[in-house]
Design a binder for this molecule. Structure first.
Ligand code: CP
Length: 339
């Protein structure tokens, strides 16, 4: 049995507080700064394992994890599956398109059905904001949000933070957080759960966040969340340390939000010329999937020294291993981890 960690010795975590007191991971908005740092620190131990030829650990042996995906995914689904398997769990994927959801079963009935099979964790991706929270209220195991509508994609923000921390570390700019760094998030902010989770995460870690989008794709009142808001991409890029590009989420758009992809690229596409407005050697990020030639040019996406897009994917596995490990500690009899 392992006792709950009190990591206050290094001054990074509040004294006398549990490092992670939540059963579920539904959003970055539920996390305090020290809980975000704790998950990033936990993930670092898995990066080395993932780079070895033998990538196996038995931490979750005997546990069952269900990945229930009601929307398409490549990175998130595969990395959750790989994460669970590398930790020794039995992992089952449910694709809604091939499930009884297609026969009219409701979300709540689906959740109750999955719960009856006694999983130890359920990972959910769903097109409706709040679906993960709803399922979490109906089941007996930890629930992890793999993206719910336009609401949150917490493990994406965590893996982005880990990738950024690793990239800065590799440049000799290691720091506990992102204080002093200016990060631009540009694209379809209105429909983006990635933008929302990243705004919360990056600000919690001290970064200055600039959001940039055409007026039609910028949520009203977003300034209240503390972001600097831009409609002019060149102005947003001025002196920035990091640029995170987002795709147009056409699957969430009803009606015409942009005149054309060509015009969108002209005003909001990240080109090599545009990147020059940033700080020298600014880092380029994208959560994927990319639409090359629309929000980002290939010659920027593939910049060897500046693009960390594939590093983001790599860190996705480590972060998801950490989240599955931490959230199932109670089920494994490790005391003191749930509220
Ligand atoms: N970034 C992300 O969520 O990608 P997928 O849709 O491929 O999972």
């Amino acid at each position: 049995m392992t006792s709950p960690k009190d990591l206050s010795q290094n001054g990074r975590y509040p004294a006398g507080r549990l490092a992670f007191p939540h059963r579920d991971l539904t959003g970055i908005g539920q996390l305090e700064r020290h809980e975000i740092l704790f998950l990033l620190d936990e993930a670092e131990q898995w990066i080395d394992l993932n780079r070895q030829s033998h990538k196996h650990n038995d931490a979750l042996a005997g546990l069952t994890i269900i990945n229930a995906f009601f929307e398409n995914s490549t990175r998130t689904l595969l990395s959750f599956e790989i994460a669970g398997k590398r930790l020794g769990a039995d992992v089952v994927n449910m694709h809604a398109a091939q499930s009884s959801v297609k026969k009219g079963e409701t979300l709540i009935d689906t959740a109750t059905t999955l719960n009856a099979m006694r999983p130890d964790a359920i990972v959910i991706r769903h097109g409706s904001s709040g679906a993960t929270q709803l399922i979490a209220s109906k089941v007996d195991c930890p629930v992890l949000n793999a993206g719910d509508g336009s609401h949150e994609h917490p493990t994406q923000a965590l893996l982005d933070a880990l990738a950024l921390r690793q990239a800065l570390d590799a440049r000799g700019e290691a720091s506990e957080d992102f204080t002093g760094h200016t990060i631009v998030i540009c694209g379809d902010i209105l429909h983006s759960r990635v933008a929302r989770s990243n705004l919360l995460c990056l600000q919690a870690l001290g970064a200055t966040v600039r959001l940039c989008a055409p007026p039609a794709l910028m949520p009203a009142g977003i300034e209240a969340m503390g972001a600097e808001v831009f409609n002019d991409f060149d102005a947003a890029l001025d002196g920035a340390d990091v640029v995170m590009m987002l795709r147009l989420q056409t699957e969430r758009m009803s009606g015409q939000f942009i005149p054309s992809e060509r015009e969108y690229h002209h005003l909001y596409g990240l080109t090599k010329k545009r990147l020059q407005a940033c700080a020298p050697d600014a880092l380029v990020m994208h959560p994927g999937p990319m639409n090359r030639g629309v929000e980002i040019d290939s010659e920027v996406a593939d910049l060897i020294d500046q693009s960390i897009i594939t590093r983001q994917v790599e860190m996705g596995v480590a972060i998801r291993m950490a989240c599955l490990d931490v959230l199932t500690r109670s089920a494994r009899g490790l005391e003191g981890w749930t509220a």
